[in-house]
Design a protein around this ligand. Structure first.
Ligand code: ATP
Ligand code: MG
Length: 424
């Protein structure tokens, strides 16, 4: 038990909803604690994303304590308790099934972990010691079964139990180690890091959708660049996640992709939104460009070739990447806008400004400028044009037909013609 005097996290740092939930459950005679990432983040002086609560009350019992709540999930039920905007996730203590009767697949992966358990068992089934701390808002005490307090203070990410066994139970924990250490600036403990190199093939047995979830969490963690660097260092990137292969193995696209990731990290650090569709559009852009160039070289008209190229790339990556279809429309819009940025005569620039996706398309254009794919001048022109007075806009417009002629006289610059080929 770590007293308040030692850890210094006051009750007020717990969200309103989580305080209400723990108070309510305790008043009804149950145990209730704030658990997991939130306690860890508070100790690291970071603002938690959300507050999860663990209790010995069953989901039905939790449901009975809070009027505005609902039971979620079938395999392992949790309860969402609503307080205005805030949703607090409440889960009943779970146990890790004993090794002998655990249900695992032939590689040792846990197929069920949905047994109710006690508090101590619930701590033991969690992944890292820093993630297994229980905070009681009414006493302001932290319960620590696995030395997580000291590890967190040392910024050490350490697996609970035998890392080999724990990675076999759930290989995604390897990726969680990478993501959490990058995001939180924690060092992965040597014994926790060591087995990863030899076990990465286990990720092949994890369902694609779970991998994509975890990769997305990395890309949207606000520390995507560090995550990618860490994955490379641990040799986890290669042949492991098709999505990451696409990112890292496009010779010409890499600069663009890294810029896009850096840009995403920056936006997140400024509390701006980032859309997964924008990110996916960036990841696949150089594939689209390569397919488009090929078609144009074969004599297809540019706009038609762009539609064909987009469909081709989306169809191809569907087999490998599991990027959900629902992002297709926005990705295509962003890509199609790129051609229209080159048309700077007549009414066309004004029509472009009115496009609902103009902002995303323009941000995308700026990335293309920064990566050296297109001339900075184009980005600067649009930067000025969108906010300019009507008089200035009229001045800025190019003579009708100029854009077309220019494009024909000066075909694309070298990077695009060989977009996907290795640099000699
Ligand atoms: P984040 O800040 O990204 O939310 P988190 O640690 O809170 O990080 P969650 O996915 O929200 O991550 O999980 C909440 C808690 O559930 C974790 O802190 C950990 O205790 C436990 N947990 C999550 N995933 C696993 C896993 N694969 N194996 C064991 N325990 C896990
Ligand atoms: Mg969390």
């Amino acid at each position: 038990m770590i007293p308040f005097e030692l850890h210094g996290v006051p009750r007020e740092q717990i969200s309103y909803g989580a305080q209400k939930v723990t108070d309510g459950l305790q008043a009804a005679g149950y145990q209730a604690y704030v658990v997991g990432g939130a306690v860890r983040d508070l100790l690291l002086k970071r603002i938690p994303k959300d507050f999860d609560v663990a209790t010995d009350a069953t989901p039905e019992e939790v449901r009975r304590v809070f009027r505005r709540s609902r039971i979620i999930g079938r395999r392992f039920q949790i309860v969402h308790v609503m307080f205005g905007e805030e949703v607090v996730e409440v889960s009943t203590f779970r146990s890790m099934i004993e090794a002998e009767d655990a249900q695992t697949d032939e590689h040792g992966r846990l197929l069920r972990d949905n047994q109710f358990g006690d508090r101590e068992q619930d701590a033991a089934r969690r992944d890292f010691t820093a993630n297994a701390l229980f905070y009681d808002p009414s006493t302001q005490e932290i319960l620590d079964y696995h030395n997580g307090y000291a590890d967190t203070r040392k910024r050490l990410l350490r697996m609970i139990g035998d890392p080999l066994v724990r990675y076999r139970e759930d290989p995604v924990r390897m990726l969680r180690a990478v993501r959490l250490s990058a995001k939180l600036g924690m060092q992965i403990d040597a014994a926790t890091a060591a087995p990863i190199a030899g076990m990465k093939n286990l990720l092949d047995n994890v369902p694609q959708s779970r991998l994509l979830d975890e990769v997305l969490k990395m890309l949207l963690s606000g520390h995507s660049v560090e995550c990618i660097q860490q994955l490379r260092k641990m040799n986890l990137h290669h042949g492991l996640l098709p999505l990451l292969d696409v990112i890292l193995e496009q010779p010409m696209g890499e600069k663009f992709v890294m810029l896009a990731l850096r840009n995403t990290d920056e936006r997140l650090s400024q509390d701006k939104t980032v859309s997964p569709a924008f990110l996916f559009a960036a990841l696949l852009w150089h594939e689209v460009l390569a397919a488009w160039n090929l078609r144009v070289q074969q004599g297809e008209r540019p706009v038609g070739a762009m539609h064909e190229a987009m469909d081709e790339v989306l169809a191809r990556q569907k087999e490998q990447l599991a990027i959900p279809h629902r992002h297709d429309a926005v990705m295509k819009e962003i890509w199609l806008l790129q051609q229209r940025f080159e048309q700077r005569a007549g009414q066309r620039p004004f029509r472009l400004l009115e496009q609902p996706r103009f902002r995303a398309g323009f941000d995308f254009l700026l990335l293309r400028c920064a990566s050296g794919e297109v001339n900075d001048e184009l980005g600067l022109w649009w930067d000025e044009f969108q906010d300019a007075s009507i008089e200035r806009q009229a001045e800025m417009l190019q003579p009708e037909g100029a854009g077309d002629k220019k494009r024909r006289r000066k075909p694309r610059k070298k990077p695009q013609a060989v977009a996907n080929e290795p640099v000699a």
